[in-house]
Design a protein around this ligand. Sequence first.
Ligand code: ATP
Ligand code: MG
Length: 207
Amino acid sequence: MARREGNERRRIGIMGGTFDPIHHGHLVAASEVQSWFDLDEVIFVPTGEPWQKADREVSPAEHRYLMTVIATAANPRFEVSRVDIDRSGLTYTIDTLRELTALHPDADLYFITGADAMAALLTWQDHEELFELAHFVGCTRPGHELTDVTLEGLPRDRITLVEIPALTISSTDCRHRVARGEPVWYLVPDGVVQYIGKHELYSKDSA
Ligand code: ATP
Ligand code: MG
């Protein structure tokens, strides 16, 4: 990709997620989009209280935050933000984007989602303002189709679909594997495997 002029605006990717736990599907998606759009950095933003997941107990935010820090520490373009976990109440993407826009007025924001989360955009509130605040990047995800029907009614000039190498990894599967005593090595970064073991996350009672 061509180098940019010094006076061009910075480009920041925003990867929101529950990250319970963070896995290589998240990291590959963020890395692909970083390279595709020549992003200066990608900020991972663990959710506070995820309203879409009211049906199950989500691990404490500090655990999810620390696992995200461990997983991203080695990449100089990856950062982790506490904006969502430090805001009280439920997490809404519109609040995340408003807050990050205020913190980075010199940057264009690229909100990175998997196909399933992109489909859920249709049900999010204030979607007009969402698309003013960020460009949306929808990543392919095995088992979730992104079609023109899914995107109907959304501003196509503010959405890019990106094919990433298919990784059928989900946090749900990782939690279930830990609960069954099966390995999660190589599905999540080594430090995250060790963190899960040290804090006994996802044991049978909590999965
Ligand atoms: P859970 O199973 O608990 O819902 P998850 O694996 O879907 O977890 P989330 O924290 O919900 O992980 O996802 C954060 C973001 O990462 C979402 O936009 C989601 O679509 C995307 N994502 C998650 N896994 C993948 C994957 N394997 N490939 C591409 N995108 C993914
Ligand atoms: Mg999910």
